[in-house]
Design a protein around this ligand. Sequence first.
Ligand SMILES: [Ca+2]
Length: 214
Amino acid sequence: MFRGMLTFIAWCLLSAAAVTPAHSTDFVINGSFDADIGGWVPPHPIDGITEWDSFDVDESLYSGSLRFTNITPHAFSALTTQCLPITPGNVFSAGSMIFIPTGQASTGFAYLDIRWKEYADCSGNGLDNAATTVAFPEDNWQSKAVSAVTAPAGAQGVRVRLIVYKSSAGGEFLTFFDDVFLNDHGIFADGFESGNTDRWTVAIPESTLGSDYE
Ligand SMILES: [Ca+2]
């Protein structure tokens, strides 16, 4: 009887293991901007200004968002980034809530992308298989994500980049980011939600200001 119960319990555990989705871990540091914007490499001061703002995606009194203003003198991008170590071959999803107020004097859009890097500190060569998700002005928070992206062999790091693009010279263009995440789903590609998997195919001029942004 006792042995039978053990066998049954073992069977239950094995069954549970077979159907339980792969463990998912959020790697982003300070993606919810509870009290500040620490953990993110600020944009070049010529291109943009990042500040903490109390405008939280969930209207929480205990959290805020990243207020990102593109101030480049030209039609150009401004970037704030974070480098994280990852395991090659694992499957990732990444995303952000994005709010781009309409009616701004300047036009533009915002996007999140991830770039695989050769080393854990994001030095070395950039590798293939980067993914991008784009948001255009809309007076509400938009959920934008890329999913089921496999880190290529040889990638030890990933750079998560929040980018605000202003498509006209002069002026400013404002975007808020909140709940930024990068999840590692392990080596299993099945069983997690599908997000916006749009891949960016249009060339966008970007600042070439150094390795913290590439
Ligand atoms: Ca928040």
